[in-house]
Write a protein that binds this ligand. Structure first.
Ligand code: HEC
Length: 422
């Protein structure tokens, strides 16, 4: 078997071994305390609790009952929890995955159909203790803070960026990183990037390196021992925000915390995050759904750790495919896209796709410029590429490690052995 073929087979195996999607049957006569509350605890309460980003709390029966129908509609549409990976395509084992199985969704449907009964309070699971409001889970050496941003009591959503100096004046490697929102109620999302180009403006992020995202319930990214990412000397930090109003004025300052390797120390493995698979000129006529393709050849073998689709309002779906040197292909993932949610899909360690030297990453982006697309503010006009939010984009943020040929071969063998043992 060629390396390419074997990688294909292994990726397929990894995809088949999906943990988390336990084959629990849909229970007869589900009740809140026995069947629904555990689902809310695992997948919803991290956001749906007091003083957090979601509009209402779902911490107990009294709070959840009035929302029963709405909960059903949102989970059946797979709009909640926000997790837009197509469950039928490619790798399915991710870190921080709160998505619901088909059985869990059916259980919620059946519960609502039977009048959303409470059941026996003695069946209730132990309440979950959530992390304290805005806690560090790492001990940062450097903290970079975004300027105060005041979100009015009532206003439309605000998408925008701030670039601030980092104070880091030599090349340093990052061991662990966390983005910590100041006021969780108003920060819908916050993404951070290292801006290496001193002339870079707010409107040009193409040379930036993605660092980390703030996501509710997500802890810091702590890189495996001996690995890290470069924070180039004198880079500034770009904070990219989506703020939303919560009925009272609030001021946020979000922080980026970095744990660094000592000055002059370079880890063995370096993690990269870049915009890859940028499609060429975008041509998105009014009233049409378009597809654009972008390609990136990888000259060294490697291992993908994360995938984050990037488009703007018209983007509806993006897929990532590997084209192996022998010409065979494998779909890694497809994700539906909603500009409201910039979700980074980080693969579980054993499922991180590996590929041989000469593999091409193929990014396929779909834009919907019809009236059917709820995100479309103007279906009457042609749209093209650009950096304003009303322009479009089509690329993926890809995080990866390069491997040596020997490391790639060894990893392939290890995965094969593992797959045979399972
Ligand atoms: C990552 C945070 C997050 C998670 C996890 C989450 N939600 Fe939400 N939810 C939100 C936010 C924020 C909104 C407001 C609308 C938006 O921004 O899309 C929302 C809106 C909703 C709404 C609509 C409320 C309205 O005003 O109509 C329902 C219903 C809902 N969520 C149910 C759920 C359920 C059920 C789960 C778990 C299965 C869940 N959510 C998980 C953040 C979250």
């Amino acid at each position: 078997m060629t390396n390419g073929k074997l990688a294909v087979a292994l990726l397929a195996l990894a995809a088949a071994l999906v943990p988390g999607l336990a084959v629990a049957e849909v229970p007869d006569n589900p009740t809140f305390h026995k069947d629904i509350e555990p689902i809310l605890q695992r997948s919803c309460q991290v956001c749906h609790r007091p003083d957090n980003m979601a509009p209402m709390s779902l911490m107990n029966y009294q709070e959840a009952r009035p929302w029963a129908r709405s909960i059903r509609a949102k989970v059946e549409a797979r709009e909640m929890p926000p997790w837009h990976i197509d469950p039928k395509v490619g790798v399915q084992a991710f870190k921080n995955d709160k998505s619901l199985s088909d059985d869990e969704i059916a259980t919620i449907g059946s519960w609502v159909d039977s009048g959303a009964p409470r059941g026996n309070p003695e069946d209730a699971p132990v309440p979950v203790q959530f992390q304290e409001f805005g806690a560090w889970t790492i001990d940062p050496d450097v903290i970079v803070t975004s300027p105060p941003h005041t979100v009015p009591a009532e206003a439309g959503d605000w998408w925008g960026d701030y670039i601030v100096p980092s104070g880091i004046s030599t090349d340093r490697y990052i061991k662990a990183i966390q983005t910590k929102a100041g006021d969780l109620r108003v920060v819908h999302h916050a993404l951070t990037y290292a801006v290496t180009d001193p002339d870079s403006s707010l409107n040009d992020s193409s040379e930036d390196a993605f660092l980390n995202e703030y996501a509710v319930g997500k802890n810091a990214d702590v890189y495996p021992d001996g690995s890290g990412r470069l924070f180039p000397a004198d880079s500034r930090v770009r904070f990219s925000f989506h703020y939303h109003s919560v009925g009272e004025e609030a001021t946020d300052q979000t922080e980026l915390g970095l744990v660094l390797y000592p000055e002059g120390e370079e880890p063995n493995k370096i993690l990269y995050s870049r915009q890859l698979g940028q499609a060429g000129e975008l041509d998105i006529p009014a009233g049409q759904v378009t597809r654009h393709d972008g390609y990136q050849k990888m000259y060294l073998p490697g291992k993908l750790t994360g995938f984050q689709p990037h488009m703007h309002f018209l983007g509806t779906r993006q897929c990532l495919e590997l084209i192996y040197p022998n010409g065979s292909t494998e779909m890694v993932n497809c994700a539906n896209f909603d500009f409201n949610w910039h979700i980074v899909y980080n693969y579980d360690d054993p499922s991180q796709p590996i590929y041989p030297a000469g593999t091409t990453l193929h990014v396929i982006s779909y834009h919907d410029n019809t009236q059917a697309n709820r995100g479309n503010h103007d279906a009457k006009n042609w749209t093209g590429g650009g950096s304003r939010t009303v322009d479009e984009m089509a690329f993926s943020w890809i995080s990866w490690y390069d491997l040596s040929d020997e490391e790639y071969a060894a990893e392939l063998e290890a995965r094969k052995a593992q797959a045979e043992n399972d």
